[in-house]
Design a protein around this ligand. Structure first.
Ligand code: GLY
Length: 324
């Protein structure tokens, strides 16, 4: 934690205090060894749910899946699952992936429509098939065969936002520009050698239909290796895919870097080589098997908030920007 403590500070807001205070005391007592690290403020609720799952006897995979489900189910999170902002044609198109660091198996879905919990479908791809990734209609048909019920993923709020975007004469499209977006990236360890990473997103609002970025791609949006740790990415996934950010970070942790050093290093590589890196959002989180963590965001204008659950307590932090 030393490197992290130097580079981060606890946001002492009422929301954070409430998040920690509302954690069931039984969770704190029963699952002190598990550590969960998630992106953005919604990671606080995801971590809390994950800790409950582990305290109730669930596996780390169960914990990461159920934690991410909390965010996918929340209609107020407009970049993940139900209520996620749609593509340019008004269709919500979801991506997710999960990886088990012990078996080195991963599962993912891309461009999944009508199913609000893509992380759960991704886990079933991993556990019930010999494939790693299913996309589009094939992913939907697989989800239906696994018992998921198709539903409308647009909420009144996301429909209104899309209609407003579509009727704007000066609307931005992805042929030329990008809309702000976020992801739930989540990594965890159970203190007994297990390491898991997961990621779920609706991707960029108003994206060109069919776009796939980092979130469902193994090694890009998420990666886990029980010998080295786990990492996840959030932000502009079109650019971050080109750096295989999560695998880079885990590989460097395996070579001895602290998770914070590994996160900073990938930011440094991007800052050196990617055009316009200062003007968009690029963020990563990482954890090693001992529960040491790292978190980094590229720039001051787009700071990463990350939620940490450790020693039975949850809190929200802000990563120090790489570029000042
Ligand atoms: N990182 C999520 C996305 O770009 O879709």
């Amino acid at each position: 934690m030393e490197a992290l403590d130097r580079r981060s500070f606890l946001i002492t807001t009422g929301a954070v205090a409430a998040a920690a205070a509302s954690a069931p005391s039984s969770v704190a007592a029963q699952a002190p060894a598990a550590v969960f690290l998630s992106t953005w403020e919604w990671g606080v609720a995801a971590n809390r749910r994950a800790a409950e799952v582990v305290a109730g006897g669930g596996s780390l995979l169960d914990a990461i899946e159920k934690g991410i489900n909390v965010v996918e189910d929340d209609p107020n999170v407009t970049s993940v699952g139900y209520g996620g902002l749609p593509n340019a044609q008004g269709e919500v198109e979801l991506d997710a992936g999960i990886m088990d660091g012990a078996t080195h198996r991963a599962g993912s879905v891309c461009n999944l429509h009508k199913i609000k919990n893509p992380i759960s479908v991704a886990r079933l791809v991993m556990e019930k098939t010999r494939h790693t990734t299913l996309a589009g209609d094939g992913a939907l048909q697989f989800a239906i065969a696994m018992g998921f019920t198709p539903m409308q993923l647009l909420t009144p709020k996301s429909l209104e936002a899309w209609l407003k975007w579509r009727s704007s004469p000066n609307r931005e499209s992805f042929w030329i520009d990008r809309e702000h977006h976020d992801t739930i990236g989540m990594v965890g360890v159970d203190g007994r050698g297990q390491v898991v990473a997961g990621c779920s997103t609706s991707g960029l609002a108003w994206k060109i239909p069919g776009r796939v970025a980092d979130s469902p791609l193994v090694g890009c949006g998420y990666y886990a290796d029980a010998a080295a740790g786990a990492a996840s990415a959030t932000g502009n996934g079109d650019v971050m895919s080109n750096y295989c950010t999560s695998m880079r970070i885990v590989t460097r942790m395996g070579q001895g870097l602290h998770p914070q050093e590994a996160c900073d290093e990938v930011m440094g590589v991007m800052a050196k080589t990617a055009p316009n890196v200062r003007s968009d959002m690029y963020c990563v989180i990482a954890i090693d098997p001992r529960g040491e963590i790292g978190a980094a965001s590229m720039n001051v204008a787009q700071p990463l908030q990350y939620a940490l659950w450790k020693n039975g307590q949850g809190a929200l932090h802000t990563a120090a920007p790489f570029l000042h």
